[in-house]
Design a binder for this molecule. Sequence first.
Ligand SMILES: C[S@@+](CC[C@H](N)C(=O)[O-])C[C@H]1O[C@@H](n2cnc3c(N)ncnc32)[C@H](O)[C@@H]1O
Length: 189
Amino acid sequence: MTISLVNQAHNNIANYLSEGDIAVDATMGNGFDTLFLAKQIGEAGKVYSFDLQAAALHTTEQRLSKEKLLHRVCLIQDDHSQLSAYLTKDDVHSIRCAMFNLGYLPGSDKLLQTTPNSTLQALESAIALLAQPGIISILAYTGHTGGREETESVKSWAKTLPKKQYEVTIQIPSATKNSPPELILIEHL
Ligand SMILES: C[S@@+](CC[C@H](N)C(=O)[O-])C[C@H]1O[C@@H](n2cnc3c(N)ncnc32)[C@H](O)[C@@H]1O
């Protein structure tokens, strides 16, 4: 059985996260990834979750409340490029994981999709604050307008990272789809 790239991202991240960790969901959307992170970091940890859209915060708040995990998460309605402005002094250099699931919110305005400019700014902030060991995962889609360019710009940026400090892997499903999504993992070893 093949597992989805979302599950592959979760499995890789789960190897890094433990009780008390700080995690970032740079693209909250419907809150599935935020919920996953909130479960991993335990009562002593914190998740900072970003989205531009109020609808994303509303859905995510409901999802977390249902699971009684809302208190573990800071829900932030802002551009993820502003990441560092929201972290407390204690948390700022200790991000264990940053998760990006690029593109647009399913079922909403496709124009509100991630863009290379803000994605790369957010990645720059995340890598500067990433703990060691730590992981950044980027699930990038190539099928929608602008998606291929964004995916390529993320991969080009990842290639510039010092190889001694960061291991970059790219997973592409072997399925027959013309424009498969890609999972880019950056591990700070
Ligand atoms: C594919 S969805 C994320 C799915 C989500 N992780 C989940 O578990 O449901 C991408 C999200 O990124 C958000 N987004 C787009 N540009 C953004 C930006 N510059 N800063 C923060 N969020 C952004 C969109 O509003 C959308 O909700």
